[in-house]
Design a protein around this ligand. Sequence first.
Ligand SMILES: *Cc1c(COP(=O)(O)O)cnc(C)c1O
Length: 492
Amino acid sequence: MTPEEFRRHGKQAIDWIADYLAGIESYPVMSQVKPGDIRHALPSEPPEHGEPFENVLSDLGRILLPGVTHWQHPGFFAYFPSNASGPAVLGDLLSSGLGVQGMLWVTSPACTELETVVVDWLAGLLGLPEHFRTDAAGGGVIQDSASSACLVALLAALHRAGADGIDRDYTLYVSSQTHSSLERAARIAGLGTAGVRVVDVDQDTLAMDPGHLRALMDQDRAAGAVPAMVCATVGTTSTTAVDPVAAIGEVCAERGVWLHVDAAYAGVAAICPEFRWLNDGVSEYADSYATNPHKWLLTNFDCTVLWTADRAPLLAALSTLPEYLRNAATTAGAVIDYRDWQVPLGRRFRALKLWSVIRWYGAEGLRAHIRKGVTLAAELAGWVAADPGFELHEPHPFGLVCLRPLWPGLAEEEADRATTRLMELLNASGSMYLTHTRIAGRVVLRMAIGGVATERRHVEQAWEHIRWEHAALSRTLPRTLPQTLPQTLPHE
Ligand SMILES: *Cc1c(COP(=O)(O)O)cnc(C)c1O
């Protein structure tokens, strides 16, 4: 493709995206295809001869689009938002255009140095501690996901705990509400599922119980195990519960155990002064901290920022220097090589999209976006609380509202099936998409507000739709209930 051909097709692609976003409300939010539909509509063999780019665009619209779930649709309330704002998409496109592989400083100095600047900017915007800054002992780095961030944190924690191989029984502490990526990190790092301890949570707030954490840790130490890391969550995936970071941190500090704070979804809200409480305990106790601009902060996937209080154990855990990567800048210790801060060697120029987002919106625009989601969620919660047909889960400090439709006369298990049926009907309608979780064993609907295009009217329409469908389904129960619950996963 020559630069002139690229110019022509590039404009077509940008027009395609702009038309798509302008007309996004005309699509069903959740893809309605069946397994295999898309695969069978595509040729099983690749073309021998090259084709015009227009063919790709037309097949995208004709064949693939029915199999796309529209995450940018204003009626998308499932999981958490995965916002792809205009400046983020353009920043990502520029990154693709440069085609830089930024594994080492020397492979493209701007890729490394812009990243250093934007992660320091973001630490400042979120009010994170000074020692997380690159000029201090810590430093931040962009990872592909919060899952990678927690794995990297665990590797650093294990190194600090003395593990150069898994020579003893190392343990990781989570709660039942911790993201599933922590258990996977334990398996990948060699602790196995057997090395994961599940700390109790408070029955109402679903926050980790620091007293039980202390008891489990001491029990493990008495049995000869080495507690390596605790993961505290600020804004859990299921209900946005907030673990008491300071109290957990105290337990960790007394015993020299690494504290990782997973604030994947909610952490970015700290850009608003009224959410600075999210950082309570982080400055005093967190050894590492991660949040995802790729959820709520208008930056398209993938973009997680991981900060450390002290980068030394992380670098010690992950640095290697084979002959083919030796270069003067690295050898002189004059530069950062972010490949030593992550699992893969290669890395994309992700800082460009985050830079583009922060510059387009400014801190003020980013705050306004967070506040819009919080305000709409609070409004929805008010409607739910006022409706006798529903029960609201408290608290709901961010953009997520958990609600349970009530089914008078139905036993608990039947009620769960009715709630699941209601969710399926709503999602099949095409106008909205929401997911579920379980709280105290009962199925609950999750409505996560915070999309780029979501306005008050979309939330209002969704709520009217939920009420209407709930009333309609109530009239036909229990004879229309399926006999079993589908096996669905609560976690993204
Ligand atoms: C979404 C989420 C994750 C996983 O994020 P990825 O970036 O998709 O790996 C981890 N922890 C919490 C609390 C989350 O909400």
